[in-house]
Ligand binder design. Structure first.
Ligand code: SAH
Length: 391
């Protein structure tokens, strides 16, 4: 956090100037001594697309406007996807001016797109308005298109095999930014996205409120109107947040990054495992299933010689037996900075068959985009390194 001291009477003008240009994103808090603390967030939160319809109603009521205006504006933002307030032609000029004085609509910039020649997968590197970079992936399946989006720029979870966490987390994304990852992909590809996985960089349950706002907006009638069942959220296992999410009784899919069946092994590759044991994690998963009726998915990155033996399969089956679950095996994506290797195809298939013999539902994740910067966070890291070399 930067700490800057302003004379009090300049505060208002500085806020307005910053707001109007949308170039610097700070939260301004004046404390008793007139010191101003600037933190990233305030203006990002002010993107009007981050607000649910009921929040828009409250905003509009504060301008003395009728509630139906909220649906009109919501549709301009999320269905017609205007780039500025001036395009909202059935909204009075006076209201548009008020809105643009207090809120903004800020779009992601496409920094790079890599397209797979094999299967139509496209990896997007986006620049956020504060210069941070994030990645999203557009995936083409036979019957539908899917988007894998990031929830944070970087990640603090420190999983040993993951490229996103190498430099830590810079900040969380707003609902508007997560939505814009999808909107920009749809605009660029000219194709409709039918399902969304929050499995890019970041730990989405650490920004649960913003994630819930994102889910409410993207599923709302009058916007993209995606069904909750078309959304999957992946977590490394923040136990209290899984329980909090369960209480919302949503119909979204929850994926748990498990990757090892014992605490001892999991702790070697996932620092979060030192905070929450597998037993606590499983209890939270049972709670999620009881509250929502939704089957959970367990992600298991197969790492050669580490978690891919017959004994590992037996331990995993033991952990999941009798639970409504599905295991997604992902042969680990090699990351340049790490020395994990994936087992060969035959070994991966053997692991799958062993689980099946124990009665576990299991698939090996189909690999998409293998000819482009594969592992999560690789493209962003490459660009960041180039940036620092040229700086
Ligand atoms: N923080 C969340 C979501 C982001 S990671 C989570 O942990 O689930 C999305 C998924 O990709 C997780 O299952 C993660 O463990 C997996 N992953 C990350 N790096 C990987 C790699 N190099 N190979 C295979 N899977 C990887």
């Amino acid at each position: 956090m930067n700490k800057i001291i302003f004379p009090n009477n300049t505060l208002f003008r500085i806020v307005r100037a910053v707001h109007k240009t949308h170039t610097v994103l700070f939260k301004i808090k004046a404390n008793v001594t007139g010191t101003v603390l600037l933190t990233q967030n305030f203006f990002m939160m002010n993107d009007l697309r981050s607000y649910t319809i009921s929040e828009l109603k409250t905003i509009l009521a504060s301008y003395g406007e009728k509630p139906y205006r909220a649906s009109q504006i919501f549709s301009w933002l999320h269905e017609k996807r205007v780039s500025g307030f001036e395009e909202m032609t059935d909204i009075s000029k006076d209201l548009r001016q008020k809105l643009s004085g207090d809120y903004c609509i800020v779009h992601l910039k496409i920094a790079e797109v890599q397209s797979s020649k094999k299967d139509g997968t496209k990896k997007f590197l986006y620049e956020l308005h504060d210069g941070n970079l994030i990645e999203s992936v557009f995936m083409k399946y036979r019957e539908w298109n899917s988007a894998c989006i990031s929830s944070q720029a970087g990640c603090d979870m420190g999983c040993r095999f993951c490229a996103s966490g190498i430099d830590g987390c810079v900040r969380s994304l707003t609902a508007a930014e997560m939505l814009d990852e999808i909107y920009t992909m749809e605009e660029y590809t000219g194709e409709k996205i039918n399902s969304v996985v929050v499995m890019g960089s970041g730990e989405p349950l650490l920004l649960l409120d913003e994630l819930l706002r994102f889910i409410e907006i993207i599923t709302a009638d009058g916007g993209k109107h995606l069904s909750q069942r078309s959304i999957t959220v992946s977590t490394c296992g923040i136990v209290p947040k899984i329980r909090e999410l369960a209480e919302k009784k949503l119909q979204i899919n929850l994926a748990i990054s498990l990757h090892a069946a014992t605490d001892e092994k999991r702790q070697q590759i996932m620092p979060i495992a030192k905070k929450y044991s597998i037993a606590e994690l499983m209890d939270a998963c049972v709670c999620y299933f009881e509250q929502t009726g939704r089957r959970l998915t367990f992600e298991y990155a197969l790492i050669d010689g580490f978690n891919d033996t017959g004994e590992d399969a037996a331990e995993l089956a033991d952990l999941l037996k009798g639970k409504m679950s599905h295991v997604n095996l992902i042969p680990v994506n090699p990351v340049k900075e790490r020395d994990f290797r994936r087992p060969d195809g035959e070994k991966a298939r053997r692991f799958k068959v062993r689980l099946e013999n124990f009665g576990i539902n299991v698939t090996i994740r189909r690999e998409l985009g293998s000819d482009i910067d594969g592992a999560c966070g690789q493209l962003r890291r490459k660009r960041k390194k180039q940036g620092s070399e040229y700086a």
